[in-house]
Design a protein. Sequence first.
Length: 142
Amino acid sequence: MTKIDPYQQKHLVLIDYYQGAYGPTIRIGLRSLSSAVAIRNLFAALAKRKTTEVRFHEVELVRISGLSDLILQAAPGENEPEKTLSADPVRAAEPEFYWVRSSSGWMECVDLMDGLIRAGTGHQYLTKEGIDDALVEVSLLE
């Protein structure tokens, strides 16, 4: 097992999938302001189409548990379906989730992250309970 030095440890992004109080939940745990800014910038890159896909299992300093991957994608147009987060039905044991948003949808996530960064601690919900296949909660220093 690869050891992570203490400096890197505090900058880890921990993504965990579990059955929460409101149903299936993907929690993105941020251990520092710099990791919050990195996630915010990732959302901004999707909004501006500087990138069209991010696979979290490939991102350095991201640790995933309970799911095989969380894949973020920029929708090809500006029309966004009501349901933006879907589980791959084939992967039931450790599901893989696809989160597809339009540019304005990803900008909405940027705005929510900006508020969280200004507050310095707290959490935000980024998907719709009862519509999406899981509730995505981003948590900063909680």
